[in-house]
Write a protein that binds this ligand. Structure first.
Ligand SMILES: [Zn+2]
Ligand SMILES: [Zn+2]
Length: 307
């Protein structure tokens, strides 16, 4: 008998939820790293596949190794590849520990890897792109854990001024009168390790068009395990979906022991067809590939009718 070759590494999951690509690897306890390339934004860095490197901003949920294992490598490799200094966005409570980790690595390497930390208070916002903000808020886990919502700031004409001619509006503005109001639109929420609680029904979470959330346990008998580890169980997800407005809910952080087919079967048992159509499993490569191929075919058809 010949010895077997080493096991293949996990391939990144991929979903195109227009206008965003959601991609990355997320396996509970092993490695979690997601990217939204359109926003130059990454979430967590439990491992560092090449596709994780370009993220200009990296939001870190919490300090468990499956979420930060490749943090120092990410900062160093971005520098090495000429991609610039990494900007890490995190919960203020863990910022000193991240500094300490990076300090230890600098001492080991006898050289300093540059990085920047944006330490957020509860509900604080940080601008990542023009009019796009990352807002952090605490969730409940066995270590301090943050979730993040990407919020777009839009300005809208005051309702009572709608229909007025441009000159009139210019005149009002010149006189110093406020003619617009600000709107904050939640676009996407990323939730890593958490147990269910009031943080899941915050307005910006409920109103996000895309919600990415952990779901570690699917087995009906694993409810108590989920409680002890402060994780989400598929039954919590089913309950939550009743109030979630999201067009897409992406589940990640599924453990290696759970087969995608059985996870999907459990969801089917618990959810309506309408709900099922909104739910995606990040690491269900087969289903996601079929979905993407259907999107490609649709795009080609649309292109064909245009020609
Ligand atoms: Zn985890
Ligand atoms: Zn954790």
């Amino acid at each position: 008998m010949l010895p077997k070759p080493p096991p293949r590494e996990a391939a990144p999951g991929f979903l195109f939820l227009p206008p965003y690509r959601i991609q990355g690897i997320s396996i509970a306890g092993e490695q979690v790293t997601l990217q939204v390339p359109e926003l130059d934004l990454g979430f967590d860095i439990g491992s560092c596949p090449r596709s994780a490197l370009p993220s200009k901003h990296l939001a870190i949920s919490h300090g468990h190794m499956d979420h930060i294992g490749a943090l120092a490598y990410f900062c160093s490799q971005r520098r090495f590849q000429g991609m610039g200094t990494a900007t890490l966005v995190c919960d203020k409570r863990i910022a000193p520990d991240i500094h300490a980790l990076m300090e230890g690595v600098s001492r080991l390497e006898r050289q300093r890897t540059p990085y920047e930390i944006i330490a957020l208070e509860e509900n604080e916002r940080f601008e990542i792109k023009n009019n796009l903000y990352l807002q952090g808020f605490a969730v409940e886990h066995t270590a301090p854990s943050f979730a993040f919502t990407v919020i777009e700031r839009r300005t809208k004409l005051l309702e009572e001024l709608v229909g007025l001619p441009q000159e009139k509006l210019r005149e009002l503005k010149a006189r110093g009168q406020e003619i617009t109001r600000e709107l904050f639109i939640p676009l996407l929420t990323y939730i890593a390790d958490t147990e269910p609680g009031a943080h899941l029904i915050r307005p910006e979470v409920l109103q996000s068009r895309i919600v990415i959330c952990e779901c570690t346990f699917f087995d009906a008998e694993h409810r108590s395990r989920a409680r002890i580890g402060k994780h989400m169980h598929v039954e919590d997800i089913a309950e939550w979906l009743g109030v979630l407005e999201a067009q897409h809910l992406v589940l990640h952080h599924i453990s290696r022991r759970t087969h995608m087919a059985s996870a999907r079967a459990r969801l089917q048992e618990l959810l309506s067809d309408e709900q099922m159509a909104r739910v995606h499993l990040l690491m269900d490569h087969r289903a996601n590939k079929a979905r993407y191929e259907a999107q490609l075919a649709e795009a080609q058809r649309a292109q064909g009718t245009q020609d």
